[in-house]
Design a protein around this ligand. Sequence first.
Ligand code: SF4
Ligand code: SF4
Length: 372
Amino acid sequence: MYSEPDRTVFLPLAQLSSLVARLMALGYQCLGPTVENGAIVMRELHSPDGLPRGLQAEQAPGRYRLTQDPHKRYFAWANGPQAIKPQTFAPQESLWRVERDVAGGLRFAAVLPAVPAQAIIGVRACDLAALALQDAHFLRAGRRDPHYAHRRGQLFLVAVQCVEPAATCFCASTGDGPTPTTGYDIALAELTDGFVAVAGSAKGAAVLDTLSLAQATPQQIGAARQQGQAAASQTRSLPGRNLRDTLLSQLDHPRWDEVATRCLACGNCTAVCPTCFCHAEQDAPSLDGHSSEHARIWDSCFGEAHGHLHGFNVRPDIRSRYRQWLTHKLATWHDQFGRSGCVGCGRCIAWCPVGIDLTEEVAVLKASEVQP
Ligand code: SF4
Ligand code: SF4
């Protein structure tokens, strides 16, 4: 993030609202952290000084509680229940509709989302890594998803370096955080009196240029670096970045039966996971029979119907569904995308109602691995 110190500027605290105002003036709908139902979610900011201060989120397996940050920082919270996923891969959206014309023929038409240009303020390094994985899936050569591509093209991303990761975070062990390194338009590191700011794209540089900011001093850059290194000391971790062979050699381990006694198959972990992309498609015909809408909705490998093939179910029990989730995420993603599907955000740990912790599950499986 600070590889070009001469292009690293300092944004005083009082000018954070100028950055938001500039983005609004450029026509962006600005989304920022907002408290809703006791959690931090990304919602539209209606004024340039609408960003909340002094919020933190205490997280543990099955637990998420907002607390007060004594230093009144803007971005002291680690992450909320959703990353950027709902902005690019909508939870539910129409893909196409069909209408019957007067002669009885059918007319099909694609439905493209009407979304404004959006600036998201407060994106984390793990969110950017997850977005890159979603890009690899939805924008792959020959299978480009037009709905995702349209939403993705509308984004301007203001990332922030994490100051105090939650107890559930383990992005340092997956190599995806806590300092944003790529994929942002502007990245900020919050110090007591302002932000060390770096542009990551021409769009981001153009925005920072309009704010007439002074270059960051070596002391400010040093403090930001130090903060990133401190934030990388996390208590949770995965025992390696490629666990493919470990997990695939443990498909009959009794731990899958044990975890199945705790897992509710509720699908919360897949809903909050920023890299999960499974979906179902369904039709909604009008009552008069003249039209029908074809929609895509998020789905989960924990749902019974997800494993239903013609005439039988390949994953008839919770044991096989939890195993499918973990082995796809951490093992067979390597075959599909050349890396693990986990960016270490810890959301599946905090938002699991019974507190199942994938780092704990993997540690048990890893401990039983027979070394060659
Ligand atoms: S692991 Fe937890 S969040 Fe995921 S399906 Fe099971 S109970 Fe639900
Ligand atoms: S598997 Fe869990 S920790 Fe990993 S990216 Fe998904 S929600 Fe985050």
